[in-house]
Design a protein around this ligand. Structure first.
Ligand SMILES: [Zn+2]
Length: 504
């Protein structure tokens, strides 16, 4: 037999399409060519595969070797096909049985010594292989990640030689093992002293999946609060955790298995580029907003971000995903994140502080806040002030505050009500659903109209107030939105006053 077919998987965005590695040996001058749109890295595979085969004491066939990676129109990058190519050459030249390759998918780069090296995007490949019904073979470093998929029989091998011995039936390969479950390392709300109002806003944000803006001077605890949101959100489902882990695994930054089953928390710096934030590159990779999928994206110092970077957030904030077009390639990444933004109240940071140290003029403050466009501001449902606390509130003998687990229990109950009613968190209710599920008594409708008028809010803001009021009612276990629920929801928009007009 001078033809062998080996199965492997490419990485395209967060997907792992199947690749057939076809190896054909023919007479003629010894040569090796790879066809099927290979990039430079795949061409380098030739040298690695040749060295690995020779190091494993096999014979590198002195014939014309043609390797076809099919389908040809898929982009292929990295050394992920090395192992499949080497096995194809060995099978086509009769050094290992061709039939043994059936029912397997292979994923791994080869070192010159024949050692198997890890590749990225293994979780996506394992999930896809689970649907094909084949077994998966990966490097030991990829074993724990592949095992997360839970739907595919995965084995690991250290070297090309071990793989060949197993295919010949002379050796069995260990099954990939998931990492043992560790206790959660999520930071706890019990560490946040005082800040009753901000804690309340955080709970509402969690209960309805609403975006949140924290406004306060440096050191008031905005970052501390934001980092506690993940711990009071409902724990992710298996599907949500797999989706988030799959994205991290294809990001090129590696998957942190110790955070498995915790919601992502991403806090990129304000100097990050738009590409780092939303994703991109010649071989498109997910950005911070996709790494925060099913979790929290924390943007500190909001007015310091470039206008461009903030504007590209608008699409994903509405739709939950982002489209990236680069030359011939088009990718869509999931980006269903919850935004927590933070900013100082003024350029110096101390506006409203009892110390009176802020000397910013109203014009300076207005200009500073107008750096965030009205449309972005509108999409953030809750705006809350986080004042600097008096030293007495920070004393260690201050009474203890509620821990994350207690708050999470209320959040989970409120989410369950929403799931029963509309199958979606309140923040993602459509216009029609908002009209249907957020009805007000006549006197409350008038109250809302007056507030929208006085605060110069848009129709979009009005709908968002209704959804927040719905969440507050859900936390209170109330079927109907009552006046206090609506008033509280309006209160979370008072800081927005006129910002839409100012930026328009
Ligand atoms: Zn100031």
């Amino acid at each position: 037999m001078s033809l062998a077919i080996v199965h492997s998987r490419a990485r395209v965005g967060v997907h792992a399409p199947e690749i057939r590695v076809e190896v054909h040996l023919a007479g003629g001058l010894p040569a090796m060519s790879i066809v099927g749109l290979p990039e430079a890295a795949v061409r380098e595979a030739k040298d690695r595969v040749r060295a690995a085969i020779q190091c494993a004491q096999f014979e590198f066939p002195a014939r014309r070797i043609t390797i076809n990676l099919a389908p040809a129109d898929l982009p292929k990058s990295g050394g992920r096909f090395d192992l499949a190519i080497a096995l194809g050459i060995l099978a086509a030249s009769g050094q290992i049985p061709v039939a043994a390759l059936d029912g397997w998918e292979f994923l791994g780069e080869l070192a010159l010594t024949g050692e198997l090296r890890e590749v990225d995007g293994v979780l996506a490949a394992a999930l896809a292989a689970g649907q094909s019904g084949r077994k998966l073979l990966v490097a030991p470093h990829n074993g724990a990640e592949a095992a997360l998929a839970g739907t595919v029989e995965t084995h690991t091998a250290r070297t090309l030689l071990e793989v060949c011995a197993a295919l010949e039936g002379r050796k069995s390969l260990p099954a990939a093992q998931p990492l043992p479950q560790r206790p959660s390392t999520e930071p706890d709300l019990a560490d946040v002293r005082g800040q009753t109002q901000a804690r309340r806003a955080l709970e509402i944000a969690a209960a309805g999946a609403h975006h949140l803006l924290l406004i306060g001077p440096p050191g008031s605890g905005k970052t501390l609060l934001a980092s506690r949101l993940g711990g009071i959100l409902p724990p992710p489902t298996q599907a949500e955790a797999l989706e988030a882990a799959s994205i991290a695994s294809t990001s090129g930054r590696g998957l942190d298995l110790t955070r498995w089953r915790q919601r992502p928390f991403r806090a990129p710096h304000h100097t990050s580029s738009a590409v780092a934030l939303v994703g991109g590159g010649a071989d498109p990779r997910p950005g911070e907003i996709s790494l925060a999928h099913n979790g929290v994206l924390f943007l500190d110092e909001l007015p310091e971000w470039s206008r461009h970077a903030l504007e590209v957030l608008r699409e994903p904030l509405e739709s939950g995903h982002v489209h990236i077009s680069r030359a011939a390639r088009h990718c869509e990444f999931p980006a269903n994140f919850q935004l927590v933004a933070a900013m100082n109240p003024c350029p110096c940071g101390w506006a409203g502080d009892p110390s009176g140290r802020c000397l910013c003029t109203p014009e300076m403050i207005q200009r500073y806040r107008a750096r965030i466009s009205g449309p972005l501001m509108e999409r953030i449902d809750l705006h809350i002030e986080v004042p600097r606390l008096p030293p007495s509130a920070l004393r260690t003998d201050a009474p203890p505050v509620e821990a994350s687990a207690d708050v999470r229990a209320r959040v989970v109950a409120a989410r369950a009500r929403q799931q029963t009613r509309s199958e979606t968190p309140n923040a993602r209710l459509s216009q029609t659903q908002t009209n249907a599920f957020c009805r007000l008594e006549t006197r409350d409708s008038l109250l809302l109209e007056r507030a929208v008028d006085a605060l110069q809010l848009s129709a979009r803001s009005l709908h968002r107030i209704l959804r927040v009021a719905r969440t507050i009612a859900d936390l209170a276990g109330s079927a109907q939105i009552e006046t206090p629920h609506l008033s509280e929801a309006i209160g979370y928009r008072t800081l927005e006053r006129g910002s839409t007009r100012a930026a328009a």
